[in-house]
Design a protein around this ligand. Structure first.
Ligand SMILES: [Zn+2]
Length: 252
């Protein structure tokens, strides 16, 4: 068992939350019961995740995408009210870690992608003041764009969208989990031959073609599953509590 405040303090320190400026509060977002014996992790807040956490008899939920994003409606109304009402009614704690969980060198989504890609990490680049937002590495055996797409499809469970016009074979790869596609020019500036992120937005196709690089949109959700799972397993081992990752499928 771990007390809520002890877990919050441990997570905040482990993920170094105070050194990162983010678009949402990192840490304990919704306070529930004091004692935590069972932790559920998931990528994003949703009623579906909350219901599964209740079924699993969880005491706390840890997600990558939580509540209270900068610029969103700040009143507690509509769907947000429904979600918060459900959480509060069952006394569940909600922890959320956004950018700190993308960039963490061990538990982060970018670290997880490095493993899936079988890349030797060469650089963790600071972008917009956030250390490790963009990672670069090298594959042991150079790959074609089709083979890299196949590797992503196999390891992430969904076919990536592939655009661009790079040279092959690919050796140096850059990646940023989730909605990091706009870092493509940073990736190019650092000599990437291929750039992997979660989503494709309209201008990226032309940038990739003109720069002669391959871009893979491997899925926002799919590229951000690993962080919460790695962190959940670490918490379970550290505090001797139960942990279960709950997948709520999302093709985005
Ligand atoms: Zn994200």
């Amino acid at each position: 068992m771990v007390h809520r405040e002890e877990l919050a303090a441990y997570l905040n320190e482990t993920l170094d939350v105070h050194s990162i400026t983010d678009y949402a509060p990192n840490g304990l977002q919704v306070e529930g019961r004091d004692e935590i014996r069972r932790l559920v992790t998931g990528v994003s807040v949703s009623q579906a995740l909350f219901e599964r956490a209740v079924q699993a008899e969880a005491d706390a939920i840890l997600v990558h995408h939580g509540f209270f994003w900068k610029g969103e409606e700040s009143r507690i109304v509509g769907l947000k009210a429904q979600r918060l009402r459900r959480l509060l009614s069952v006394d569940l704690n909600l922890f959320a870690y956004h950018l700190p969980l993308d960039v963490h060198p061990e538990f982060g989504n970018n670290a997880g992608l490095a493993e899936l890609l079988e890349c030797t990490v060469e650089q963790r680049v600071t972008v917009r003041g956030i250390p490790g937002l963009l990672w670069l590495g090298r594959v042991a055996t150079p790959v074609t764009a089709a083979a890299l797409a196949e590797r992503l499809a196999h390891t992430l469970g969904q076919q990536p969208v592939r655009v661009g016009a790079g040279t092959e074979p690919i050796r140096r790869i850059a990646w940023c989990s989730g909605g990091g596609e706009r870092l493509i020019e940073e990736a190019i500036a650092h000599g990437a031959e291929a750039f992997i992120s979660g989503e494709l937005s309209e201008p990226i196709t032309h940038i990739a073609r003109e720069a002669g690089v391959h871009f893979f949109a491997a899925g926002h959700h799919a590229t951000e599953r690993c962080g919460v799972q790695r962190l959940g397993e670490h918490i379970a081992a550290t505090f001797g509590i139960a942990h279960e990752y709950i997948e709520i499928p999302n093709p985005a």
